[in-house]
Design a protein around this ligand. Structure first.
Ligand SMILES: *[C@@H]1O[C@H](CO)[C@@H](O)[C@H](O)[C@H]1NC(C)=O
Length: 315
């Protein structure tokens, strides 16, 4: 069998509905408060320059756990005013705040159809120790947001929570009516594939590792959420579309562009480095981040720009 035939038959799930969803940054002013007026031009930039229609707000890139509840409510309002489809990450370390935000998002969604879903990750200071504990932790948020669809945001590199995902999937499907899928931010492809096989094709799996998007698609993810689609949305779609036409060499060379960009920032910190990149591509969100993240110095900014030039990012 020809390679392209193998690829096409091996990928029944991949359709043109595979969507790239940027996890958006939170713009800050010089004094460290949120620069809300930036949100509208930010979405226009995403839509027009990056071919984006759905955003994931208040997640890791949005520095959500460094924001106050009031700020996250206002961000929800502001993003809902743009013409984007909005997924709101609602969890924080306080279940009280998490439930309040869930219920706030639900209320906004009653008069604003741009809000399409909520997502929540595990707490990370006190950690659930079993799959059932995790479901019990998520349930009040899902219930407060219902009937909005609920997604679990799996990011063990940050939360340190890596419980048995198959057991979790079985329990969450049974116990949370609004559960629709997992935002899977991990490199363990074997487990991702087992999750897909466990529930068949109905359950969504959002892939969360941009630098290996190609492997997420190949393994059966149904869409992807990530940071680089903020400024490499079109490259991401080139990867997706190369897969759709079974053009593996092209998918790989497009993937290399993301690999090179992600490698360029080394250990500068993904969020401050990418905020600098947003500035370089003409969408100034401010360079500021919330402590303990640290903004790039001018020298680091220039070095990064130089490295990005070397890998052809601006070509
Ligand atoms: C733009 O996004 C749509 C999905 O919303 C996708 O089907 C299409 O291929 C993308 N176009 C380009 C040129 O990347």
């Amino acid at each position: 069998m020809h390679l392209s035939t193998i690829l096409l038959t091996a990928l029944p799930v991949l359709t043109s509905s595979f969507e790239l969803i940027p996890a958006v940054f939170t713009p800050f002013t010089e004094d460290g408060s949120i620069d809300y007026p930036k949100i509208e031009p930010y979405f226009t930039f995403l839509k027009e320059q990056q071919n984006i229609s759905t955003v994931f707000i208040s997640g890791t890139n949005g520095e959500s756990l460094s924001l106050s509840l009031e700020e996250r409510k206002r961000l929800t309002d502001e993003w809902a005013q743009t013409s984007s489809n909005v997924i709101v990450m609602v969890s924080s370390e306080s279940i009280v705040d998490s439930v309040e935000l869930s219920s706030y998002v639900k209320t906004v969604s009653e008069t604003n159809s741009n809000i399409i879903s909520v997502a929540a990750m595990s707490s990370s200071f006190f950690k659930p120790s079993t799959a059932q504990d995790l479901v019990d932790y998520l349930k009040p948020m899902a219930e407060a947001a219902a009937p909005l669809p609920f997604r679990y945001y799996h990011i063990p590199s940050m939360t340190g929570v890596s419980i048995d995902m198959i057991e979790f999937q079985d329990l969450v499907e049974d116990q949370i009516d609004t559960f629709v899928g997992i935002k899977y931010t991990d490199t363990d492809l074997f487990t991702l594939r087992k999750l897909i096989l466990n529930k068949g094709e109905g359950v969504e799996h959002f892939w969360g590792k941009d630098e290996i998007l190609i492997t997420g698609i190949a393994t059966g993810a149904t869409s992807a959420v990530g940071s680089t689609y903020n400024f490499m949305g079109r490259t991401g779609y080139d990867i997706v579309n190369a897969f759709l036409t079974a053009d593996l060499p092209s998918a790989q060379s497009q993937q290399d562009k993301i690999v090179n960009v992600v490698s360029s920032w080394g250990n500068l910190g993904g969020i401050p480095a990418q905020k600098a990149i947003m500035q370089m591509v003409g969408m100034d969100l401010g360079r500021g981040v919330r402590t303990p993240n640290r903004a790039l110095t001018d020298e680091e900014y220039d070095d990064l720009e130089e490295k990005l030039k070397e890998v052809g990012f601006f070509d």
